[in-house]
Design a protein around this ligand. Sequence first.
Ligand code: NJP
Length: 237
Amino acid sequence: KDQVAIVTGASRGIGKEIAKKLANEGAKLTLVGSSQDILQSAKDLNSEGFPNVIAVQADVANEEDMNRVVQSTLEKFGGIDILVNNAGIGFFKLTEEVTLEDWKKMFEVNVQGVFLGAKVVLPHMKERKSGTIITISSDVGRYTIPNGAAYTASKYAVQGFSGALAQEVREYGIRVGTVNPGMVDTYFANSTQGLPEKEEWLKVEDIANAVIYMASAPKHMLIDEIVLHPLVQNYPI
Ligand code: NJP
């Protein structure tokens, strides 16, 4: 309650639902997305009775943009308690069909974006000796899948980054964790949310609930990682 959260990738899918649940819990929010759709996400929440929600159109891979996100948040709400690094992209093809451009884009959004998100909020969290950084990574940050070498590599990088960062900032009272879902019904990888063939997949609410659980854990407790799957997914544990 009364916490200030930044949620990246809140235009649609998982991020939009995380924003809604955080708003319901009483958080003040800055929503981030690279397209103009992000403005609509904030308007939707404003009209649902949440005035303390703003949108900043920004590319998570762009340092100036992310500095602007922090500046706008501090100006509007006076602090930052929670960062949800959710923005991410995915494509699945044979490695020889992945162009260098594809590869760079994947790492820019999924890895550089997570690094920059953390980098821009850390000075404020350190000063206040408190904060929670939650990254939506993936189950493929823990095992590998065919046709997904680039995506898998990007999420392994995110796991490594988050784990090391968690140790680095523990002494400042800052908690860093990841939520690692399997297949979720969203717009991910050029899909559409609500398709009948994805009925048994995880729902955006499932991931948002995990984020709320992680963010609202008592201050002395760090939940390092939550892994969740649809029962229908064949997941090698
Ligand atoms: O995807 P989607 P999800 N800067 O496409 C934004 C992970 N995950 O909700 O930029 C800022 O519906 C984009 O907004 P816009 C996945 O890796 C998913 O499923 O305005 N924002 C939109 O709001 C990712 O990390 C599954 O177009 C940028 C959002 O990101 C996270 O879940 C499985 C951006 C994407 O919404 C959310 O993905 C899994 C940028 N440069 C992990 N580029 C799954 N769905 O099955 C994109 O294991 N966005």
